[in-house]
Design a protein around this ligand. Structure first.
Ligand SMILES: Nc1ncnc2c1ncn2[C@@H]1O[C@H](COP(=O)(O)OP(=O)(O)OP(=O)(O)O)[C@@H](O)[C@H]1O
Length: 234
C-alpha cells in the first residue's frame, strides 16, 4: 500500500497509509475499534472505493479479476447462508470458486467444525458461526488470506488452535493479514501493524516493538507509542 486514503461517510478515515506485507508471513492488524482496520482490509481485497494511493496484491492492482481466486476474505460479519448447513454452505461457495469437492471436508477439519458439519448455520453458536465464515475463506487454497477479526468470541483453546492454523498456512508460503483488537494475539504474529485513527502508529516485529518501547508487554508498548505520538509535534 502506498499513501492509501479512504473517505467514508464524507470523512477521511484512512489518512495516507503506506505499508508492505511480506509473502509467507502472518501480519497482525491491531488497533482500537473504529481505527480503520476493516476499511484497510476492504481496500486490500479491492471492495473499497479509495480516494487516493495504490494497493498492489501479488503484483496486481487490488481487486483485479485475476486476484479473485488468489485472495480469500473473511468478513467480520459472517457472510454465510443461515438456512443452509455448514457443509451445504461450503459446497455452494466451493462450487462458485471452482474449488475441488474435497475442500469441503478439508476446511471443516481445519476450523474444527466436524461435529457441526450438518447443522443449519442459523443454529450455530457465535464462535461456530465465525469459524464457518472462516472456512469459506479457506476454500480453494488462496495465496493471500485477509481475515477480519476471525477469533472474536472464541475461547482461548479455539483461539490458540486457529493461530496454529494460521501459522501452518504461512509455513506453506501463504500470506495472512489478520485483524484483532485483542493485544494478547499480537505476539503470535510475524509482524504487527498498529493502527490508530486511520494511521499506522507502528510497523514491526513484536520483539522489535517491545524493545523499541522498553516494555515486555505489547499492550504497554501500544500505550507507550500513543503517549509518544501525543508528545511529539505533528
Ligand atoms: N459505511 C460507512 N459509512 C460511514 N462511515 C463508515 C462506514 N463504515 C465505517 N465507517 C467509519 O470509518 C471508520 C473506520 O471504520 P472501520 O470499520 O474500518 O474500523 P475498524 O478498525 O475495523 O473497527 P472495529 O474494530 O470496530 O471493527 C470509523 O470511524 C467508522 O465509523
Amino acid at each position: 500500500m502506498r499513501d492509501l486514503r479512504v473517505v467514508r461517510g464524507g470523512r477521511e478515515v484512512l489518512h495516507g497509509i503506506t505499508c508492505d506485507v511480506p509473502r509467507g508471513s502472518v501480519v497482525g492488524l491491531l488497533g482500537p475499534s473504529g481505527c480503520g482496520k476493516t476499511t484497510l482490509m476492504r481496500a486490500l481485497v479491492g471492495v473499497q472505493i479509495v480516494k487516493g494511493g495504490t494497493v498492489t496484491v501479488l503484483g496486481e492492482p487490488a481487486g483485479s479479476p485475476g486476484l479473485r481466486r488468489r485472495v480469500g476474505y473473511a468478513t467480520q460479519t459472517p457472510a454465510v447462508y443461515a438456512d443452509l448447513t455448514v457443509a451445504e454452505n461450503l459446497r455452494y461457495f466451493g462450487a462458485v470458486l471452482g474449488a475441488p469437492r474435497t475442500d469441503v471436508d478439508r476446511v471443516i477439519d481445519e476450523v474444527g467444525l466436524g461435529t457441526s458439519r450438518d447443522q443449519v448455520t442459523a443454529t450455530l453458536s457465535g464462535g461456530q458461526l465465525s469459524r464457518a465464515n472462516l472456512a469459506v475463506a479457506l476454500l480453494g487454497t488462496p495465496e493471500v488470506l485477509v481475515l477480519d477479526e476471525p477469533t472474536v468470541g472464541l475461547d482461548p483453546v479455539l483461539r490458540q488452535e486457529l493461530w496454529e492454523l494460521f501459522r501452518g498456512l504461512a509455513e506453506q508460503g501463504r500470506t495472512l493479514v489478520v485483524s484483532s483488537h485483542v493485544m494478547d494475539e499480537a505476539g503470535r504474529t510475524d509482524r504487527l501493524l498498529l493502527m490508530r485513527e486511520g494511521r499506522i502508529l507502528a510497523d514491526g516485529t513484536p520483539d522489535g516493538l517491545r524493545s523499541r518501547t522498553g516494555t515486555s508487554d505489547l499492550e504497554q508498548a501500544f500505550l507507550h507509542l500513543i503517549a509518544e505520538k501525543a508528545g511529539s509535534p505533528t
